[in-house]
Each structure stands twice: as structure tokens, then as C-alpha cells.
Design a protein around this ligand. Structure first.
Ligand code: DGY
Length: 321
């Protein structure tokens, strides 16, 4: 329909999202589900008023500079926006939105799975049963680290960090956190604030990362910081791969400083890091933190809510620039 804004959806979003998008917009969907390249994004900007991309489409400063003025809004289907150069897009007058809140529980749930799986030898245990190698039992067999009642350090107490803390309270964990600013007593719910990452690391028998990838947080967990953890700590990363120096991670596992790690994101995605594959004490998943049916519908609808507001002449609820 010529009078409806033209929308390009870069990936195969949930059926409910695609149905609503096709009803309300002149929509083209990339049913191939392949990530849009820089050239795809630049070409699309001349044909579409709006794009719903995922974190797999990179709107770098270079891409932003080449976008056609037809493109008015990028309504991300993600909470993280490290794939978008926001100042460069703002300079081009393009509105950018994300999908906060709706994926906090799903991501926190996955972080809990990673923490439990890493602590209790899920990878090695699964393999032993699956390959028929389970031929004995012993009290010293596959002894892991107990989560219940343990000390937990959380870096980043935004929405996902707080949702993770809520789940950790169900395991009676002693929760400590680092955040750019201290939470109110009500929001902290008994969690102890540390004003530096270094102070937090000193008490983090379990550590979970929940901060965005920014120039300041890239390489946050490096060799110096791993060294500050208590011996035999477990680290979980369900946020962004850029936060962890993977060479420093494997060195910490080799030395025993880290007992185990749970990772849903990697420095290189997709694909991950082949050097990690030999570690049975890394529980790895392929960036599926928000991958539940309910959450994917909610993310798609949130992106469309932002578009609806924009094309109704209002400020989208999740406008970043
Ligand atoms: C997000 O929304 O940032 C998740 O990582 C999925 O893209």
C-alpha cells in the first residue's frame, strides 16, 4: 500500500511480529534470514522509511554516512545497541530505538542456566552419559561448586542485572554488585554495593556480567581483573562477548583461578572461538539469551510500538537518539 510507510525487516522475526508488521506497514521481510551487509543496509535506506534490524546488522559510522535521507527510523529488535554508532546516526537525523525490559527475564534465566551448568559440570556430565562413557560412580566423581548460599558478584545492575539478582535470591545467594551508581535501598533489595569493579571481584565466588559493550567496558575482564577473583571462581557472561578477553579467560581456566565459565556470547559471533572448545568446564551457548517464544514476540511488538509512535508523530517510548 503506497500510503503506508515502507518497512524492511532484516531477519525472520516471530510469526506474530511479521503478521502485525505486514498488516500495518508496506513490509519487505528477508525470509532468507541472512545478516544484512553494509551494502544491504545502504541500499535499503533508499527504498525504506524504516528498518527493523537485529544486533547482527552493523550501522557503523561509515554506513551511517552513506545512508539515504529516506530512512527515518531504525527500530532495533534488541536491547543492546553496540552494533549502532548512535552519534553518527543522530548526526544523520535518524531516530534509533531498542527493546528494553521485555527480554530481561529470559536473559536472566539463561544466565542462571549458565551459572548452574558451569558450576555443576553440565558439559562433561552430558557428554559422559551421551557417549556411553558412564561406567562407574564415585563420591569424588564430577564434584562441582554449590550455588545455594554462595557469594555472587554482579557487574551492571540495569534491568537484566536486577532480574538476575531476583533469581539468585531464590538460591539464597549473598549478592554484591558494581554499578555506575549505587541503587536505592528499595532497588538493591539487600545487595551490597561496591564502588569499584576491583573491590567487587575480590568477593565474587560467582561473577555475572550484565553491562553493555562500550569502549569503556571492552576487555573489562582481562588478565589483571581475573587475578583479583577468589581462587576457583565461576564467571558467567550473557551480555556481550566484547566484555571478556578470551585469551585471559583460558589462562585463568588453565591456572585454576577460574573453576568454570558459562558463556552465551563471544568476541567473534557467530562462530565463537575454536580455542574454547577443548574446555569441558566452559558451558557455551550460541547467543540465545532472549530466545523464548514469549520474549521474541514481545521484542518484535516493542519494535513495532516504537515505529507506530514515530509514524503517528509521537516520540517513541524507547528512543535512544
Ligand atoms: C539483545 O537484545 O541485545 C540480545 O543480545 C539479542 O540481540
Amino acid at each position: 500500500m503506497a500510503d503506508k510507510p515502507r518497512l524492511w525487516i532484516t531477519r525472520r522475526l516471530s510469526d506474530a511480529t511479521l503478521e502485525r508488521a505486514q498488516r500495518d506497514y508496506d513490509t519487505v521481510i528477508n525470509h532468507e534470514d541472512t545478516p544484512g551487509t553494509a551494502q544491504d543496509l545502504i541500499a535499503a535506506s533508499a527504498e525504506f522509511d524504516a528498518i527493523i534490524p537485529c544486533h547482527s546488522e552493523h550501522f557503523s559510522a561509515e554506513v551511517a554516512a552513506q545512508l539515504d535521507p529516506r530512512l527515518k527510523i531504525i527500530a532495533n529488535h534488541s536491547v543492546g545497541v553496540d552494533h549502532c554508532d548512535l552519534p553518527a546516526l543522530e548526526a544523520r537525523g535518524i531516530t534509533v530505538t531498542n527493546t528494553p525490559d521485555v527480554l530481561s527475564d529470559a536473559t536472566a534465566e539463561l544466565a542462571m542456566l549458565l551459572m548452574l551448568g558451569a558450576a555443576r559440570n553440565a558439559v562433561a556430565g552430558d557428554r559422559i552419559v551421551r557417549t556411553g562413557a558412564w561406567d562407574f560412580w564415585s563420591p569424588s566423581f564430577m564434584v562441582g561448586k554449590q550455588v545455594t548460599g554462595a557469594r555472587l558478584g554482579i557487574i551492571g545492575m540495569g534491568r537484566v542485572g536486577r532480574a538476575f539478582a531476583a533469581k539468585a535470591r531464590g538460591f539464597d545467594m549473598d549478592i554484591h554488585y558494581y554499578n555506575r551508581s549505587e541503587l536505592s535501598t528499595e532497588a538493591a533489595q539487600g545487595a551490597t554495593y561496591h564502588s569499584t569493579v576491583e573491590s567487587l571481584l575480590g568477593v565474587a565466588d560467582f561473577l555475572s556480567l550484565h553491562c553493555p559493550a562500550t569502549p569503556e567496558t571492552t576487555g573489562l575482564m582481562n588478565a589483571e581483573r581475573f587475578a583479583l577473583l577468589p581462587d576457583g571462581a565461576v564467571m558467567v557472561n550473557s551480555a556481550r562477548g566484547a566484555l571478556v578477553d578470551e585469551a585471559a579467560l583460558t589462562a585463568a581456566l588453565d591456572s585454576g583461578k577460574l573453576a568454570a565459565a558459562g558463556l552465551d556470547c563471544f568476541q567473534t559471533e557467530p562462530g565463537g572461538n575454536p580455542a574454547l572448545a577443548k574446555y569441558d568446564n566452559i558451558f557455551m551457548l550460541p547467543h540465545i539469551g532472549s530466545a523464548t517464544t514469549r520474549t521474541r514476540d514481545a521484542m518484535g511488538f516493542r519494535a513495532l510500538d516504537n515505529l507506530d509512535a514515530f509514524f503517528a508523530g509521537k516520540t517513541p517510548g524507547d528512543k535512544l537518539v
